[in-house]
Each structure stands twice: as C-alpha cells, then as structure tokens.
Design a protein around this ligand. Structure first.
Ligand code: GSH
Length: 353
C-alpha cells in the first residue's frame, strides 16, 4: 500500500465513522426527546382522537340538536379517527374559539386542530406547530347588504367592519386598510356567530372573514339573497390541520391521510366502493395506497388499510366537500381552487410510491 492510498483510506474511514456517529447521535437525540410517534401512541392508549374544531360554523363544524357534529372539518376528524384507530366514531370533538385554539393544541388538550386555520409563516415557524397540508384553499372577503350598492370593498368608505379576534382576518384587514388608505373602522367580535348577530342588529355595516365561512353565515341570515359577497379577495387563506411540532412520525401520518383522501377522489375510490376497488383495481398506486399491496400503512405506524378506512369513514375528498360545502349544500360553494389538479384546481396529492 502506498502512503498516499493509506492516507486516503484513513480519511475515508474517519469520514465514515464520523457520519455513522452523527446519525447515531441524531437518532438517539430524537429517541431521548421521546417524540417519535408519541402522539399516535397517546391516541392508541386513550382509544379516541381529540380533534379541535370550531364552536359552530355552518358547513365546517356544527353540533346538531341530536348531539352529532357535522361539517367538512368534523368529517376530516372522523377520517383521521378511522385511519388512526379503525373507527370513524373514535373521536371526541373539542370546540374551540379562534383565541383558544393554539393554546389547546400546545397544552395537549387536543391531538390535532381542524378548525378553519390558515397556514402562515408566523404560526409554522418558531411557535411549536406544524401544518401537514392544505384541506381548503380559501381567501378573505366581505359580506355586505345588497342594498348598500357597493361594487368593491375599496368603495366602503366610512364603513364599520365586523372582524373576528385573534385571526389572520384581523391582521389582513389592517393591511388592507393601510395599503389602500381606507377609512374603515374594525369592530372586533369574538366568534363568527357574534359577528353575524352584530351585523344583523346593525352594529356593523359589513363582515369580513374567510369566504367559505361568509357563505355559511349568509346561508343562515333570514333573507340570504339580500346580502352579497363582494368580489374582492384580499388574502390567501390555506386552511388545514395543525399539529404540535416535533413529532415527525405523527406529521407523516397526518399528511398522508389527508393526501389519501385527495388521491382517492383522483383515482375514483369512494366510501361505497373502497373495499371492492382495493381488491379489483389495476391501478398500482391505488393498490399501494389502499393496502392491497406493500406496507405503506405499517410504515406510518398505522394499519395496512389506513387509507381504505379513512375513505370508508365519510368518503373521499370530493365526497366530503360535496356533502358539506358543495353546490348541492346550503353553502353552495363551487370547487374553484379546491378542484383536483386534473380539473384545473390545486388539489394535488404527491404520489403513493
Ligand atoms: N382562517 C383564519 C380565520 C379563522 C376564523 O376566523 N374562523 C372563523 C370562521 S372562518 C371562525 O372560526 N368562526 C367561528 C368561531 O370563532 O366560533 C385564521 O386561521 O385565523
């Protein structure tokens, strides 16, 4: 052996040894912190999922007089319960106001927050939260009486605007006023319901909120046709589930359950046909996702049929959307940005490969 190749071997060995010890140290650090899979473990031991939802927002989360929670967010909670625990009803709904929601998650009073919550830099970075994906692409708008006769929010000079506390909505309104040098007076309310009541009673001239929630509030007003959604969309509000930062195994599970619902719609897997589809399809990606092939469920720390169970719970993404928000529902929302990527929308699940 020449001295040069000896030197080279020595360096290579040191590099390999260093790399191994860095990885081992990292793995130990993660284990010592006890984070890997901690949330899933707690859910399994408890036997039900604690899902943070809205206190009452039509189309998203609302408890009926029969005690049943209904809505898009409530159905996502059920899909998660089915994927994590095998039963759609293994979920307790924890109603939270906008101001309470993050503290409840940080303190472990819920496992996951599914509550019209926008993914923003400030919430994601440094506050101890993670956003596994987007379930609804929304934007902020304005609801106004039709007889006010304004064509745009920029024409609302002198108006009082009902806006909800502790939201991106309130921050965006402040930006909108400043950027356009508008003379608008924010009237801060605690809940969407309080805003609607204030508006009805003449305590504010218009309401600003996520467009999806304004559609729900309008549907509940005595004469919905007397109120219009102004054409202005003043922000991007990507709404989705939120989890505590640090448990990346749970983050993977939360992300891929959501993507399974989205991909199920793309593949044509429905609540009614899921089992039959899994057994009979030639679509290899769908077979991997549904557990007819491979071990994707196990790799997430879930059952092999996690995706199949999630879809059976309340349907694929499109079915959940249609039932709670779609044009056939009281909210009457079109798919818009929330259409599949194959239909010109932004719903795009990464490959199950
Ligand atoms: N997406 C915004 C707004 C959240 C928000 O204001 N949600 C409204 C409707 S979209 C709401 O929760 N209202 C019912 C309540 O507070 O009880 C955010 O994450 O800050």
């Amino acid at each position: 052996m020449t001295p040069v190749s000896f030197l080279f071997r020595g360096r290579l060995q040191r590099m390999v040894a260093m790399t191994v010890s860095v990885f081992a140290g990292f793995a130990m650090g993660v284990q010592e912190a006890g984070l890997r899979g901690q949330t899933l473990e707690a859910i399994h031991q408890r036997g039900h999922l604690l899902c943070g939802v809205d206190t009452g927002l039509p189309g998203f989360a609302e408890q009926g007089e029969d005690g049943v929670w209904r809505g898009f967010d409530a159905d996502l909670c059920r899909a998660y319960a089915a994927a994590f625990l095998g039963r759609a009803d293994a979920v307790r709904f924890v109603p939270l106001t906008t101001a309470e929601r993050f503290e409840a998650l940080a303190e472990g009073r819920i496992d996951i927050l599914i509550r019209n919550t926008s993914w923003t830099f400030d919430r994601d970075v440094g506050r101890g939260f993670d956003f596994p994906g987007v379930a609804y692409y929304d934007g902020q708008g304005f609801l106004a009486p039709a007889d006010l006769g304004v064509a745009s929010a920029r024409d609302l000079s002198g108006a009082r605007v009902c806006v909800q506390d502790a939201t991106t909505t309130a921050l965006n309104l402040a930006d909108f006023i400043e950027n356009n040098r508008l003379n608008l007076t924010p009237v801060v309310v605690e809940t969407a319901q309080a805003g609607a009541e204030r508006y009805r009673a003449g305590g504010c001239d218009v309401i600003t909120n996520d467009l999806s929630s304004l559609a729900g509030l309008r549907a509940r007003l005595p004469n919905p046709a007397a109120h219009v959604l102004l054409p202005d969309i003043i922000s991007k509000e990507p709404l989705g589930p939120v989890i505590r930062e640090g448990d990346s195994a749970f983050g993977d599970a939360a992300r891929w359950v959501l993507h399974a619902l989205i991909a199920a719609e793309e593949f044509g897997v429905t609540a009614a046909n899921a089992r039959e589809f899994a057994a009979g399809t030639r679509n290899a990606e769908a077979r991997r996702m549904l557990g007819a092939e491979g071990d994707f469920g196990e790799r997430l720390g879930l059952h092999r049929e996690f995706a199949l169970r999630a879809v059976e719970a309340g349907g694929n993404y499109g079915e959940i959307f249609a039932r709670n928000l779609g044009t056939g529902s009281p909210l009457g929302l079109r798919r818009g940005l929330n259409a599949q990527w194959t239909q010109g929308g932004l719903m795009y699940a990464p490959p199950f490969r």
